[in-house]
Design a protein around this ligand. Structure first.
Ligand code: ADP
Length: 269
């Protein structure tokens, strides 16, 4: 089943539509599958844990995985001000619920979404401006991998605080990450730093560390490019199973090993 999204809205400047957010952080990557959504969701959760008011917007409209990682579902309601009510994440952190908005809440999980350029721009603006985010310290945006369209739309719509680029230590992934960095630079979105994901694996049985995709490549590349290095996140089976089972938020509350790198990253932002 294929759904063609037909609603088109002209891009609007968000100041005009009343988004009240102090800082916007776009999390991007050069290619898919490097853990961008995991990192975006975890950074949002950690910033919230550190006491900030945080919203999470899944702009990866081609493959929205945030609802799955966080175990969220449901259809957002429209309130009396004609604003979309985001789905709220409640967990055991003791912090107030976190608003989350994703294309995944609007289409069935097995539906493919076909976007025409202007519609994509419209939907992103709608997600930003027509969602009842409330007052936020941070809005963390999970960007689609690679493509510059949405970055351009965001840079036009919002005064972005900056972007975080996620990559694995592999040479090919680093090359893609460099493309993402130059894309952000082209649309004048400052780079806050790079995160190296899947950076080594320590066997829980024997304690030996294997550099499955290599290690340290992103740190070296960040230094070479004069970009801050925000942290390295090892391959963690618990993190993967938690994501598959929609328990990412709980896992970050309970699992110190998984939480630490994100805590460091959030503190560095
Ligand atoms: P992307 O958004 O870049 O496509 P995701 O965040 O959806 O990537 O991650 C892809 C898959 O890899 C998910 O199943 C996720 O749980 C898993 N994953 C991400 N980071 C790690 C990690 N550090 N250790 C283990 N699994 C991970």
């Amino acid at each position: 089943k294929v759904e063609v999204i037909e609603h088109v809205r002209p891009p609007a400047r968000l100041g005009q539509v009343g988004l009240r957010v102090k800082s916007v952080i776009a999390v991007g990557s050069g290619k898919g599958g490097v853990g961008k959504s995991t990192v975006a969701a975890s950074i949002a959760l950690m910033l919230r844990q550190l006491g900030s008011k945080v919203g999470l917007m899944d702009a990866d409209v081609y493959g929205p995985s945030v609802p799955h990682l966080l175990g969220l579902s449901g259809r957002p309601a429209v309130n009396s001000d004609k604003k979309i009510e985001p789905i709220m994440l409640s967990d055991d952190s003791g912090r107030p619920p976190m608003p989350v908005m994703s294309m995944g809440f609007l289409v069935e999980p097995d539906q493919a979404v076909i976007w025409r350029g202007p519609m994509l721009h419209g939907s992103i603006n709608q997600f930003l401006g027509d969602t009842h985010w409330g007052e936020l310290d941070y809005l963390v945006i999970d960007m689609p991998p690679g493509t510059g369209d949405i970055a351009l739309t965001l840079s036009q719509a919002l005064p972005l605080a900056g972007s975080v680029v996620v990559c694995t230590p592999q040479e090919v992934a680093l090359l893609d990450a460099i493309k993402a960095i130059s894309m952000f630079r082209k649309v004048n979105i400052p780079i806050l730093g790079m995160v190296e994901n899947m950076s080594g694996f320590t066997c829980p049985d024997c304690g030996k560390t294997y550099d499955i995709f290599g290690r340290g490549g992103a740190r070296a590349k960040a230094e070479e490019l004069g970009i801050a290095f925000l942290g390295a996140l090892p391959i963690d089976i618990e993190l993967r199973t938690a994501g598959d089972e929609g328990r990412l938020a709980t896992a970050l509350c309970e699992n110190d090993r998984a939480r630490k790198p994100f805590e460091t990253t959030a503190k560095a932002l």
